[in-house]
Write a protein that binds this ligand. Structure first.
Ligand code: G6P
Length: 611
């Protein structure tokens, strides 16, 4: 969600912070700000808008010093404007603080502070925290570090914070609870960030803070404790493997397009080493838990957004094999209604970022009930990856575009592998072609990507559309949901996904000659969906068919016909990996033609670390 960067060392902090904030901009981007020590005072510049707007401020050139903090914000409390932008200060400008998360008891703390005569400038929960720290500092006469620790003992909520103090200008204090925060370790310099991508230009040696931990950091040393204990915590420093190339756009116009085109390689990476020549699936991260997985009496899959659509496909895959119900729950619901979860349950959490607050809370609830938790996560070392008992990393590489594309595909790949693993352990015979088909997917996606120009031409017809309907049956129903989500996220066109047959129970009322209907057609249920398309056609709707079956009948009733060659015999359960690609391209081209910012769509953030 919000992006955080801090620096202490021997270089100009504003350069490091600005470059880090740019790398984080995809996480949150309605306002930005930076503080550094200049001539003995805390000097702050902030503005509404993007990092490029911050860079244009005349005051930016006055940030010259070696210690500072910066923030890019996605508004939760208070509208996006300069006053509500971070860093926030106390009234005397003795402290500056950046924050990612939500201070839930900020109303009561604010009321208390107002009664003590403190005046507030902004509408944010963050200002409450920095004013509270300042108030305690004056009252308790403790050190900077002890004061922050004391304040956090009173705070209810989530935070990743970094704080500067005028009276101790050689130190930063950072703390985490529920929002990601990590430290980069350099020689005589230390970095802080909410996401490792902010630090890759400078260091690969990373230390992850855990919930409840607080660190005092100087250029050449650091010390970590828990906010409620005195003992020092010694942590391992991890080396990050992915490279800068992976988080840069290269020759692509947008990250989203780059990530769409990365899918053939991403699929290869995700299956590499996981299927042997005899088609036996091996997933190291769940190996020790096989018995508990196979004996689970009930299975839940929980996730948010695009990951929830992958979860839907996962439930079809697992039900096909296990012949028992697999429930898919939005994490935001699951965390509050999980009455049937117990020690015999398997709870699978799917998350690209591994930081989504609701999914994390769902995992914690499942653990409280002694269920086995399994994470399908992309970001290595992320909170959900660490919280779940076992898991399967996606190996999709970094995904920067807010609208998820390759992460969705890879989540489905992992679910295909996982369901096959279960089938093999249960000695359930799956047709040999199943995994052979999966191995063909990279090549087939490469072929489908060649349709991009054709889809661009079709997209021109729909730039002024205000609504879209996406229809699919069976495995193509979650694909329809995901296609509709992609379009609304980046083009702001209202779109709905429906099971094709369900259309006549309501949505058909919407069909007229202005309603484009995307029909996803494979060999399973071919005749049935053809009838559903006829129902649309006879009411004047515009049909865009995406099909693995080359059929004259379908071609003739379609206004636009997108045929995916060589895919007709691919196993039904694998087809979502193919049919979702043209839907990503359709959404992308329409959004670009409309002039939308596809990588940073309005109001959205890549990783939602608040409830
Ligand atoms: C946000 C993003 C979506 C993403 C969802 C879940 O809403 O904008 O693209 O699907 O979070 O994210 P996760 O990282 O948990 O998969």
């Amino acid at each position: 969600m919000c992006g955080i960067v801090g620096y202490i060392g021997n270089k100009k902090s504003s350069d490091i912070i600005m470059s880090g904030l740019k790398r984080l901009e995809y996480r949150g981007y309605d306002s930005a700000g930076i503080s550094s020590f200049e001539d003995g005072i805390i000097f702050t510049s902030k503005c509404k808008g993007k990092i490029s707007d911050l860079e244009k401020l005349p005051s930016i050139k006055n940030h010259k010093n070696y210690i500072g903090i910066g923030h890019t914000r996605w508004a939760t409390h208070g509208e996006p404007n300069e006053t509500n932008a971070h860093p926030h200060h106390d009234s005397n400008n003795n402290f500056s603080l950046i924050h990612n998360g939500i201070i839930e008891n900020h109303y009561s703390i604010k009321e208390y502070l107002i009664n003590q005569g403190v005046n507030f400038k902004s509408d944010t929960d963050t200002e409450v925290l920095v004013q509270f720290i300042s108030y305690l500092y004056d009252k308790k006469k403790l050190s900077f570090y002890e004061t922050v620790k004391l304040a956090l003992q009173e705070v209810v909520g989530t935070y990743g914070i970094v704080v500067m103090c005028k009276n101790e200008p050689n130190k930063l204090v950072a703390a985490k609870n529920g929002s990601p925060l990590l430290m980069g370790i350099g020689k005589d310099e230390k970095f802080l960030a909410s996401d490792v991508s902010a630090l890759l230009d400078y260091t690969r040696n990373i230390l992850y803070l855990e919930d409840g931990e607080i660190a005092q950091i100087e250029a050449d040393s650091y010390k970590i404790n828990h906010i409620n204990h005195e003992n020092e915590i010694i942590k391992d420093i991890k080396e990050i493997e992915f490279t800068l190339d992976q988080i840069e756009k290269g020759h692509y116009k947008h990250f989203m397009l780059k990530e769409i085109f990365e899918q053939p390689n991403a699929v290869k990476d995700a299956i590499r080493g996981r299927i042997n020549n005899s088609n036996v699936v091996k997933l190291g991260g769940v190996l020790d838990y096989t018995d508990r997985i196979l004996n689970a009496e009930n299975i839940f899959i929980t996730a948010c957004g695009t990951s929830w659509h992958a979860a839907q496909i996962g439930s079809y895959l697992l039900e096909d094999i296990l012949k028992k119900p697999v429930k898919v729950e939005y994490a935001s619901e699951f965390r509050y209604r999980n009455k049937s979860v117990n020690e015999k349950s398997l709870v699978i959490a799917i998350s690209q970022s591994g930081e989504t607050a609701d999914t994390l809370a769902a995992v914690k609830k499942a653990k409280d009930k002694n269920a086995l938790t399994l994470g399908i996560v992309n970001v290595v070392g992320s909170t959900i990856a660490r919280e779940t008992e076992c898991g399967i990393y996606m190996h999709a590489g970094p995904e920067i575009g807010v609208a998820s594309t390759k992460a969705f595909t890879i989540q489905v790949v992992i679910l295909v592998l996982f369901s096959n693993l279960i089938a093999q352990k249960l000695n359930i015979k799956k047709s040999k072609s199943y995994l052979d088909n999966l191995k063909k997917v990279p090549q087939l996606i490469s072929e489908i990507l060649k349709l991009s120009d054709k889809i661009f031409e079709i997209s021109k017809e729909f730039v002024n559309a205000t609504n879209f309907l996406y229809l699919g049956r069976g495995y193509q129903f979650p694909v329809a949901l995901e296609g509709a989500l992609k379009l609304k996220e980046i083009s702001y066109i209202h779109a709905e996904g429906y099971p094709a047959a369900e259309m006549k129970h309501g949505p058909i009322a919407l069909i007229d000659d202005k309603m484009p209907v995307v029909a996803i057609v494979t060999k399973n249920g071919f005749d049935k969906i053809l009838s559903n398309i006829q129902e649309v056609k006879s009411r004047g709707g515009k049909i865009i068919s995406i099909t693995t079956i080359d059929s004259d009948t379908l071609r003739n009733i379609s206004d636009y016909y997108i045929y995916l060659d060589n895919c007709s015999d691919i196993h039904n359960a694998i087809t979502p990996l193919l049919t979702s690609i043209p839907l990503q391209l359709l959404a992308y081209h329409i959004a670009v033609l409309k002039g939308c910012n596809v990588d940073q769509p309005r109001n959205l953030a890549k990783s939602v670390t608040v409830e």
